[in-house]
Write a protein that binds this ligand. Structure first.
Ligand code: PLP
Length: 398
């Protein structure tokens, strides 16, 4: 079976699907139809290419981390520099793609959810660039914790709605955004931030992010004239990882998805959904979840705000069940350590999310020979995380 050509009608094996109120089905049908039409449309593809190139800054470099390679010993480490994109992360690949689709569909009002604020900012940027109205749902606790990102969204012309339901964080913001969409489906486009949610979102977001892996394949061929031995990416909802892996699913390459091991499984302070979760339904999809025996969603933790989500994209659950991708996890401490290492040796501050992938690369690099190549997707830059790292280093973490 060719893994790359999945999904079939929104199902990845038994995972995925559309577990939503009936009133949303016509909207999802309309979205799927429009996406299938425009994703094949030459003019749409040209416009998307234009914005990715001239606005977002694609293609991003594939950088040989020669200092890190020398210090670590083992395979050569290459970094896919999504951190150099406009906004500082891969998220703009998806928000530009969906905002352009919304515009083609004649939807002038965009809604989105955000946790730490990064997807909210990336959505507000795309909407400003394309002249669309933007409203962001955000848990009131997150609004309190992420004041600067809230201000950024406002500067970019977005309205931010505070969600005071439930735990007042990301999962509640998603629920509110879905509620808004049900009410305003005719005029409104819901711009989801990762490869999660009901079909067609996981398929669509994967397509928009797959530019990462396509570029890696071209670039690595030119640079070393062979395919890498291993490719590593961090997994929150899973969009930068799927975007990295997809082009390589049918190749003989080890693929590693790295989740947030946080402070450890024994005290249940982590967000390693595939490593420690169970099957269930959340946000319109069947996938792995962090839940208790009654199906109640557990509180999650990661030092990297972007990995702090109790679910994961259904395609990852499928790829784990097929044993095509190995999912593993890295602790807060190891992520901070790799953040410091890369900053010090390469002059690149990685996002703490990306530092998880990097930490795993540093763990396995010695198992390879000098001629082997390992690619790590640097999903974002770490300027946003310097305060968190400073606080972490000041704390007594033993
Ligand atoms: C949001 C974010 C992530 C996690 O999202 P995915 O959908 O798993 O890619 C990872 N890295 C960075 C820098 C992010 O901003």
């Amino acid at each position: 079976m060719k893994l790359k050509s999945y999904p079939v009608k929104g199902k990845f094996g038994k995972f995925g699907g559309r577990f939503v109120p009936e009133t949303l089905i016509p909207a999802l049908d309309e979205l799927e139809k429009a996406y299938l039409k425009f994703s094949k449309d030459r003019k749409f593809k040209m416009e998307l290419d234009y914005y990715l190139r001239e606005y977002a800054g694609r293609p991003t470099p594939l950088y040989f981390a020669s200092n890190l390679t020398r210090v670590m010993g083992g395979a050569r480490i290459y970094l896919k520099r999504e951190d150099l994109l406009h906004g500082g992360a891969h998220k703009i690949n998806n928000t530009i793609g969906q905002a352009l689709l919304a515009k083609k569909m004649g939807k002038e009002r965009i809604i989105a959810e955000t946790g730490a604020g990064q997807h909210g900012v990336a959505t507000a940027m795309a909407c400003a660039a394309l002249g669309l109205k933007c409203e962001i749902y955000m848990g009131s606790k997150d609004i309190e914790r992420q004041k600067l990102n809230v201000f950024r969204m406002k500067l970019l012309g977005a309205t931010v709605h505070s969600v005071v339901m439930g735990s007042q964080t990301l999962k509640d913001a998603i629920n509110e955004a879905l509620r808004d969409w049900i009410t305003n489906v005719r005029t409104t486009y819901y711009l989801l931030g990762s490869v999660v949610g009901p079909h067609p979102y996981p398929m669509m977001v994967c397509d928009f992010q797959s530019v990462i892996g396509r570029e890696i394949k071209q670039q690595i061929r030119k640079l070393v004239k062979k395919i890498p031995s291993a490719i590593i990416a961090c997994v929150g909802g899973g969009s930068n990882a799927i975007g990295t892996f997809h082009e390589f699913l049918d190749d003989k390459i080890s693929l590693y998805g790295v989740e947030a091991g946080g402070k450890g499984f024994s005290i249940e302070k982590h967000s390693a959904t595939l490593c420690a979760g169970t099957e269930g339904i959340l946000h319109g999809m069947l996938s792995y979840l962090l839940q208790d025996n009654n199906g109640q969603i557990l509180d999650t933790h990661s030092i990297a705000a972007g990995l702090d989500y109790p679910g994961v994209g259904p395609e990852h659950s499928f790829l784990q069940s097929m044993e095509r991708v190995k999912y593993t996890n890295v602790s807060d401490a190891d992520a901070v350590n790799s953040f410091l290492t890369l900053s010090n040796y390469e002059g690149i501050l990685p996002a703490l999310e990306s530092a998880h992938a990097l930490a795993y690369a540093m763990k396995i690099v010695k198992n390879y020979r000098k001629n082997d190549v390992i690619v790590v997707t640097l999903s974002g830059r770490g300027d946003k995380d310097v305060e968190v790292v400073e606080q972490y280093l000041e704390m007594d973490n033993d």
